[in-house]
Write a protein that binds this ligand. Sequence first.
Ligand code: ADP
Ligand code: MG
Length: 244
Amino acid sequence: MLEIRNLAKSFGGVKATNDVSLDFPDGSLTAVIGPNGAGKSTFFNLITGALRPDSGKVLLDGVDLAGRSPPEIVRHGIGRAFQVASIFKSLTVQETMLAAVSADQRTSAVLHKRFPLPETRDRAEHVMELLGLVSKRHRTAATLSHGDQKLLDIALALVLEPKVLLLDEPTAGMGPEERWRMIDKVRELWESQKITVVFIEHDMDIVFKIAPKIVVLCYGRILATGTPDEIRNNSAVVDAYLGT
Ligand code: ADP
Ligand code: MG
């Protein structure tokens, strides 16, 4: 279980994360919503080690990961979709997957042109199947559609077998159809992999449809948490975010 305790981070005078405490039980699916600048990305950055908290705890199965380095946090089982695909655009989907696993295993098979270990190949293969990338394995990331690049980013996080997967706006920049394809995939992964998923999403139709639990952030604080029905009918949330 992921337990966030009194997490805080300021930038100058701005309290981007202000005393946030939340529980994410194993196997839960949670959406994080809130206006622009509410502190959603900062919250994720504190959990993944991209930013160091001023105070507070990030407990995964009782181990406090707050302030540790991103690779260390990944190794403890917190994965996030990064825009890695866009960094290694000249590698194929398969090479990118193998590089991710190999880097994790500190064998750097791709760089040394060594034949990857069988279990490396199996893991990469399995995750490519999960994300529907098998038929695109020999394409370079640069030639993939925006949606497939995002799926590759998620694949790279998943191949390291996280307990918790954080997705910061997985549907950003997508048209309506691509958006639903992505979100169906996220839901399918959550159901089949039994991992804890936390995602940031702006599209309220998507959030209300697929997230059993919703956290609303506003000015760095938790404004509300609850089921879609509870959030829809919360007057503070309607005033601050959902509008009329
Ligand atoms: P959201 O993802 O909800 O839109 P962010 O977490 O990106 O919000 O930002 C929260 C607040 O923190 C904003 O006021 C933003 O300007 C500020 N902020 C975020 N990252 C930084 C940073 N690296 N340096 C300075 N201010 C930042
Ligand atoms: Mg953000």
